[in-house]
Design a protein around this ligand. Structure first.
Ligand code: NAD
Ligand code: HSE
Ligand code: NA
Length: 437
């Protein structure tokens, strides 16, 4: 039997601690499956004294992950620290430069530095694996870079942030406050170190940028993503969505258009009777449309220690089964130098249906004025609902909820700006895009 594969784990938080425990617990099963033992021989984290509920005996401790990457007696450097900057970036770079394989769950790092790191891994003939970085335990990276080779993908989209989906689900089903749901998601180990990355959409954008590169064979470009988070979503929106037959999900969507590739992250209305609308809690879903295979939908756990460690372990097992010195699968599905430049489609050209909720003053002629602004901008309405009078008796207001047929982002922005300048809107209108599977 081949020598044991020696692993160094940098970062012993939610994911790192789960990984070390699972490797210890499953030694025999892993050895049979991989044809060699997998051993964690080195670890690094910030606090040596902290009890993580895992046995670290026999592992060499490094205070500095960069030191571990440069000097530990390991074959694989596993980065579970997080963040696009230091120490994660320097440690991963040093490990690749030294000719170590790297496994990481760090989407922020890859979204910013993925192409350069992929090129370095190719130059050194080592594997850079990152299944856990997108949609947690769902094997979406493997599907894109291996199983779908040869397909042309036209759209890839999904629920990619467990924290947001957990918050939206509990707000809807249990009428809990946004903040209570977020605190619970943090307690369960789903959220990023800075949870604003989850709720403002950055985490989904990082994941989408990686998927876009794999799906469309282009360079990673996370600064070109249109991004809106869920912090403005209220109970009123959730209830209105339900009345109209929709649920609200934070989606990441990338699709080919005539103008280039559209990448967007925003709260989205999805029809209630679709599978993706039924994906609840920390569960993620990734859907894609391809020309040879057809449509594919993958649903599974998107965050949490064990689910994420499962993906990291799969990546380690692939390395254990690979031939030394032979890089069989390029990190981004094709050699980094063959990736095409990313061509951005303008958000204002986006076409789709829209939900618009507005509080307006309750007086004669307002509905007619709204209808005129819609017609001026070539927007056709699928439905318009007027809710009962609210506001005080002196200045009564009504809530108007509209759903449009397919139109453009530019038309909706122009219509909303025009209505705001008309003077009958009392609060900033809520605009939510509709996505049809
Ligand atoms: N938690 C999840 O559900 C999940 C899912 C998928 C991917 N990820 C990703 O996995 C990575 C780890 O996430 P986590 O939830 O386990 O994070 P965490 O905050 O629980 O753990 C981070 C670990 O890194 C260590 N660390 C932080 N800064 C350090 C430094 N300067 N030097 C040395 N060690 C340092 C900490 O001591 C800790 O052990 C992140 O990239 C995250 O985005 C997490
Ligand atoms: N914070 C992330 C972790 C998984 O990448 C989420 O909630 O989905
Ligand atoms: Na995954």
């Amino acid at each position: 039997m081949a020598d044991a594969l020696k692993i160094g784990v940098a970062g012993l938080g939610t994911v790192g601690a789960s990984l070390v425990r699972i490797i210890r617990e499953r030694q025999e099963k892993l050895e049979i499956s991989c044809g060699r033992a997998i051993e964690v021989t080195a670890v690094s984290a910030r606090d040596r004294t902290r009890d993580r509920g895992v046995d670290l005996s026999g592992m060499t401790w490094f205070d500095d992950p960069l030191d571990m990457a440069r000097n530990a007696d390991i074959d694989v450097f596993v980065e579970l620290i997080g963040g696009a900057g230091e120490p994660a970036r320097g440690a991963v770079t040093a490990a690749l430069e030294r000719g170590l394989h790297v496994v990481t769950a760090n989407k922020a790092l890859l979204a910013r530095n993925g192409v350069a790191l992929a090129a370095l891994a190719e130059e050194k003939g080592v594997l850079l694996n990152f299944e856990a970085a997108v949609a947690g335990g769902i094997p979406v990276i493997k599907a894109l870079r291996e199983s779908l080779t040869g397909n042309t993908i036209s759209r890839i989209y999904g629920i990619m942030n467990g924290t947001c989906n957990y918050i939206l689900t509990r707000m809807e089903k249990e009428k809990l406050s946004f903040q209570d749901c977020l605190t619970e998601a943090q307690r369960l180990g789903y959220a990023e170190a800075d949870p604003s990355f989850d709720i403002e959409g950055n985490d989904t954008a990082h994941k989408l940028a990686i998927l876009t590169s794999l799906a469309f064979g282009c360079q990673i470009s996370c600064d070109d993503i249109y991004m809106e988070g869920i912090s403005n979503i209220t109970q009123e929106d959730i209830v209105a969505a339900a009345e109209l037959g929709y649920r609200i999900k934070l989606l990441g969507v990338a699709q080919r258009t005539e103008g280039g590739v559209e990448q967007r992250v925003h709260p989205t209305m999805v029809p209630h009777d679709t599978v993706i609308a039924q994906v609840d809690g920390v569960t993620n879903a990734v859907a894609l449309e391809s020309d040879i295979l057809g449509d594919l939908l993958m649903v599974g756990p998107g965050a949490g220690g064990d689910a994420t460690a499962s993906a990291v372990l799969g990546d380690i097992a692939d390395i254990a089964k690979s031939q030394p010195g032979v890089q069989t699968v390029p990190a981004l599905g094709r050699p980094a130098k063959t990736l095409e430049p990313y061509k951005r489609a303008r958000m204002r050209s986006h076409e789709g249906g829209y939900f618009i909720r507005m509080r307006v003053v309750d007086r004669i002629g307002v509905i007619a004025a709204i209808a005129r602004r819609m017609a001026d901008n070539q927007i056709s309405l699928e439905s318009i609902v007027q809710h009962s009078t609210n506001g005080d008796r002196e200045a009564p207001t009504k809530t108007i909820i509209m759903v449009t047929h397919a139109t453009t982002e530019q038309s909706v922005r122009d219509a909303v700006n025009a209505m705001e300048s008309d003077g009958y809107i009392v609060k900033k209108p809520q605009v939510i895009r509709i996505e049809k599977p």
